[in-house]
Design a protein around this ligand. Sequence first.
Ligand code: FAD
Length: 414
Amino acid sequence: MSDINVDVLIIGAGPSGCVAAAYLHSQGIRVKVLEKSKFPRFVIGESLLPRCMDHFEEVGLLDCLKAQGFEVKSGARFLRDDIVCNFDFSKKHTDGWNWTWQVPRADFDNTLVQEIIKKGVDVAFEHEVTDVVIADDGTSKTSVKTKDGDTYFVNANFIIDSSGYGRVLPRLLGLDKPSQIPEHSSIFGHVKDVRRPEGEEGTIITFDVLDKDTWLWVIPFSNGNTSIGFVGKHEFIESESGTTAQRLNALLKHSKYYRDRFQDLDYLFEPITIKNYSKAVTKFYGKGFALTGNSAEFLDPVFSSGVTFATESALRASKLIAKELKGETVDWKEAYEGYIKKGVDVFATYVKEWYTGNLQTLFFHRPENPDVKRQICAVLAGYVWDETNPFVKKHNRAVKTMAHLINMEKEKSE
Ligand code: FAD
């Protein structure tokens, strides 16, 4: 096969790659998307945040998603023992979307990619990137292998690496570094939710907290199936024996709230385990490339921030590339890495404080403080760049200080 020349090569057709491709294509920039799998394909990451609706809307991908009838997510419920902490996205500090979806990603991602193809984006499925050479001026030569074993090269002025867990450029350029998040692992699967209760109880997304390190997600889909998954220390995830289906089923005994609903149901595919899933990189960009979505950084699933960061970073990077291709100078350090890191840092604090137990102290303290709740709710909706929110601006101290005050109050009353 002969070489292909494009302005921008995008590696991966997940939400990050699709948002980047939709934006660049709308600007008349020549884009090619290389995707190693055949779609629809499974990927985890099923609970979205309202903030990502802004991104899909801006690049013209919202209507195709609306037409799918995915389950609406208008908040999130956290349970611990008998205490319930309900966040309602209509009651949040920052203006913005009040709802989003909980989605089977195979269908969701396939809807996105089919829509960009309809818009005219060139997407090659089952074409895997195997090597990338970037010259000093930023132009690159990418080696591609097709499913049939053919190989060819793509010459590009810029690469967006949206390869998710494939982590193409971090691997090839040696950009990986240890994550700042404490290590956790996960085991998850999908069931036909045949004992789903009527009404909101059947469809609400829930995080059932077993202890400081361990929790179960329950994400019901509009197709009648539900995603369930445990997160915990690796020893907990590995504590049962047998196949992954047997292990996930056995772990359900720890959830007083959900074991009757989900125990002994058949899984729709063999459940999957991911060990120590958090990832980080030494830099988010370089001459001629940008890392977006999971190929850059992945924190933790507890606040469902993965897809939103994937689309936020994709849109940001593609806008900067469009400027650069028009001859404008771009300060990537500040305009890209600095901006994305600001949001990542807010979520990183919340994830860390979740596992220290401080955030759980806030969530499950009674009576609730409505002002604090609205501010935290805006963070959980993904609005982590709004510095009018003290729980964004002072994220390093706000959670810790509040938890400390609650604990002191508790000690005094004991
Ligand atoms: P992906 O969606 O992973 O897409 C990357 C694409 O690149 C894939 O299609 C892949 O086939 C392709 N690719 C890889 N290598 C190559 C190659 N060499 N050549 C060509 N193509 C390639 N996020 C949430 O928002 N909500 C959640 O509830 C949530 N839950 C999670 C639970 C767990 C246990 C984990 C580990 C993660 C969770 N996430 C969640 C994170 C979420 O999975 C990711 O953040 C999200 O999928 C990132 O999207 P992306 O577009 O960056 O990558």
